[in-house]
Design a binder for this molecule. Structure first.
Ligand code: FES
Ligand SMILES: [Fe+2]
Length: 392
């Protein structure tokens, strides 16, 4: 975030704190609970937003050097992402071309060759079929036509993006839009190194997981014993970037900046930025590094999803050596999401599934929820939620 923008956003947060005001969406909306349980909608979301949409599979630091790889199994299609010998980010269907066995089962690591467990066909990081035992017995096969199936992949602004459809067009710049692309570029996310990750299988729709990142109205109650000591609840800044958005959650340390010249202000002291990238990504850069949260719908059950939470550290901190303090901090943050936010999300799912409550309400101080729901509704050709002065 450019420094002028940091100063302006910090001043807005301070003014809201001083006046006891918050961002205002201009009205309230009623959100039908059916969107969390409807199997037809869930199938359309999976087709349009996951199977047919570019996916953030990690950050550049997840593939630190030639020969490093990642596997992704949240999307129906098994994906193998590599940094090839020339340093280029590539993605392939993680399936052997002999009889389709998943090729690499580890979640991350380094490998010069990927050897299939079934009959030991082997591929390099460019996807080339480089080993085929007993070829004289097997028969004549064109190796060029039996390379790993490649998927569109692009590395931009420290983001690793893959399109899960073979041959699809992928333009990360266009996906983000100029304004968000330059904002993300200013963070220099390529400086992040992988610290750790966690995976939660939760009994709630994937959109309920996203919803919990959509306001700070809940901080003083749901997080009374945890995050409320670090953040001022119910105070934030909010901006949209096409389908995406940015929230700035107000940290209590913002008050320290009142004694500091503006030229030394830093947004990560005053706030936790939360970038939502359509459809399922939350990026939270902070002083130590970045939290990445991604939510994936269950392939069969609208009331279940998997959240992947990945932690990164700025490389200058990672180079210092002892990482235990950072690991504990990151794990603690993830467990708050699991034990507090997702506990609430799962109970919201139970309520939605009971079909006894038709609508829930998003307040004026929850603009991210208005935008998020209207964005995916528009993408699916659904009517926007009506903005109301009063919910009767
Ligand atoms: S299925 Fe991979 S070598 Fe046979
Ligand atoms: Fe929360």
């Amino acid at each position: 975030m450019e420094h002028n923008e940091q100063i302006s956003q910090i001043k807005t947060l301070m003014a809201r704190l001083d006046s006891g005001t918050n961002v205002d969406a201009g009205g309230l909306v009623r959100n039908p609970t059916s969107v969390y349980v409807d199997p037809e909608l869930a199938a359309r979301e999976r087709a349009e937003f996951f199977d047919g949409h570019p996916q953030l599979v990690g950050l550049s630091g997840d593939l630190p050097g030639p020969g490093s790889f990642l596997t992704i199994d949240d999307l129906g299609v098994p994906i193998l992402a590599t940094r090839d010998a020339g340093g280029r980010f590539r993605a392939f269907v993680n399936a052997c071309r002999h009889r389709g066995v998943v090729l690499e089962r580890r979640s991350r690591g380094t490998a010069r060759r990927f050897t299939c467990e079934f009959h030991s066909w082997a591929y390099d990081g460019e996807g080339t079929l480089v080993g085929l035992p007993k070829e004289d017995h097997f028969g004549d096969i064109d190796r060029d036509l039996h390379a790993l199936v490649e998927l569109p992949a692009e590395e931009r602004h420290g983001l690793l993006v893959v399109h899960p459809q073979v041959g699809a067009e992928l333009d990360v710049g266009a996906l983000l839009g100029d304004e968000l692309a330059s904002e993300l570029a200013s963070w220099d996310l390529g400086r992040l190194t992988h610290l750790g990750a966690d995976r939660y299988d939760v009994a709630c729709n994937w959109k309920l997981a996203m919803d919990t990142f959509g306001e700070t109205y809940h901080f003083n109650s749901l997080h009374a014993d945890t995050l409320a000591s670090v953040f001022h609840g119910n105070v934030q800044c909010y901006d949209t970037y096409g389908r995406h958005h940015r929230m700035l959650l107000c940290r209590r340390d913002i008050d320290l900046l009142r004694q500091v010249p503006e030229s030394d202000w830093n947004i990560t002291i005053a706030a936790l930025p939360v970038y939502w990238l359509f459809p399922n990504v939350q990026l939270m850069p902070n002083q130590a590094g970045l939290y990445l949260v991604r939510a994936y719908p269950d392939p069969h059950e609208p009331g279940r999803h998997v959240s992947r939470i990945t932690f990164y550290l700025w490389s200058e901190l990672a180079d210092r050596g002892d990482l235990r303090g950072f690991e504990q901090l990151a794990q603690g943050f993830a467990e708050i999401i699991r034990d507090e936010d997702y506990r609430a999300s799962a109970s919201q799912q139970t309520t939605a599934a009971s079909r006894r409550i038709e609508h829930v309400v998003f307040g004026r101080n929850e603009p991210a929820l208005h935008h998020y729901h209207n964005t995916y509704r528009a993408a699916l050709g659904m009517e926007p939620l009506e903005l109301l002065d009063k919910v009767g």
